[in-house]
Design a protein around this ligand. Structure first.
Ligand SMILES: NC(=O)CC[C@H](N)C(=O)O
Length: 356
């Protein structure tokens, strides 16, 4: 059946809805992902909560959905827009087609959209809210940003994985499974805690190090939690990823801002000022740390995006706090920066804890 994506700038894009909408309309922030593969990880990455994802590669779904590549227990995207969705998964591990998987979770799949024109529009105008509906006309004034998605994706109970000697507390703002796996396969016991867990509760768990996870939405939605986050990271070796990195900056009084259309893909080049090399990275973010605002903080920028010079990671001058805007766990994308986990764990093993 025919349907439309209406953008907040008044433009509309026609497409074909592959199965009926769960409600009369579905709205969310319209973002685009440029990787040719990795759609299963994108669909299930909690950072995409409330977002309508446009895939720029014109054929998505050709290796299906398998049992391994989920980044969480369910898909989080609000809707999926592609040019063509492969009717079948041509891979021996495929258990469902893209369409079957999305239909099972009631997530709209809009196909045959002119995704090139749509992405050009988002690049020119910036990320916008959009609405998918069967109606050719739509009241775009009524579109509203959804509040505080971290609450919807974070765990509500403390869970432990792995049985290694190094104990890491992973503060869950919407963590990806591959972050947990990156730690467990390196011999860590990992305790996952809800995003609001107090520093006292974390101290009682006696961690050797802290990881602040990725997650959806604007980091400033977590403002009231910043003093607690600051207290936690001031006392333990810390690795902070994506949303976690933005929260480290905010907790130290720096600022974040929204990028015009975000970085979402598997080939974002990042310069590492320590290794003096460029690495290809996996990314998925709308917000960045404002570099000038770091001037009065003890952080120095270590990683920079080669395309637009934005901040891609930083280190504390004196404390063992390392933060990255990109995704060192990859999934999807290149594993070139996996050794960030080794670097972090070496710091943890040195027992660099309880500072301040
Ligand atoms: N992957 C993430 O953690 C994303 C962080 C944040 N929600 C952003 O869009 O910038």
């Amino acid at each position: 059946m025919n349907a439309y994506l209406h953008l907040a700038n008044g433009k509309k894009f026609a497409g074909r809805l592959e199965f009926p909408l769960p409600d009369s309309e579905v709205s969310g922030e319209v973002v685009f992902f440029t990787g040719m593969t990795g759609y299963q990880e994108v669909l299930t990455d909690p950072s995409y909560k409330n977002q309508i994802v446009v895939f720029t590669y014109p054929l998505i779904g050709n290796y299906g959905i398998n049992a391994e590549d989920f980044e969480s227990k369910r898909p989080h995207v609000q809707a999926v827009i592609v040019y063509e969705a492969s009717a079948q998964g041509y891979h021996y591990e495929a258990e469902y087609s893209l369409k079957e998987y999305l239909q099972q979770w009631n997530i709209p799949l809009l196909t045959h959209v002119d995704t090139r024109a749509l992405v050009k529009d988002i690049r020119n105008q910036g990320t916008m809210l959009g609405n998918i509906t069967l109606e050719a006309e739509c009241d775009i004034q009524a579109l509203q940003e959804k509040a505080f998605p971290v609450r919807e994706v974070s765990t509500s109970q403390i869970e432990t994985y792995g049985n290694g000697d190094t104990h890491i507390v992973l503060v869950d703002f919407g963590y990806k499974k591959s972050i947990l796996q990156s730690l467990v396969t390196r011999g860590c016991k990992v305790t996952i805690v809800p995003y609001y867990t107090s520093s006292q509760t974390i101290q009682a768990l006696q961690p050797d190090g802290i990881v602040l996870s990725n997650g959806p939405g604007d980091p400033k939605q977590l403002s009231k939690h910043l003093p607690n986050i600051r207290h936690i990271i001031d006392h333990y070796p810390t690795l902070a990823i994506c949303l976690g990195h933005q929260l480290v900056a905010l907790a130290y009084g720096a600022n974040t801002e929204k990028l015009r259309f975000g970085h979402r893909g598997a080939n974002q080049p990042v310069y590492d000022a320590v290794k003096k090399k460029v690495f290809m990275t996996s990314q998925n973010h709308s917000y960045v740390v404002n570099e000038n605002s770091l001037a009065n903080t003890p952080f120095i920028v270590r990683f920079t995006n080669v395309n637009d010079s934005s901040v891609e990671g930083m280190v504390h001058r004196y404390k063992p706090i390392l933060s990255v805007q990109y995704h060192p766990e990859a999934h999807p994308g290149p594993s070139d920066t996996n050794d960030i986990f080794d670097e972090f764990l070496q710091t943890v093993l040195k027992g660099e804890k309880v500072y301040a």
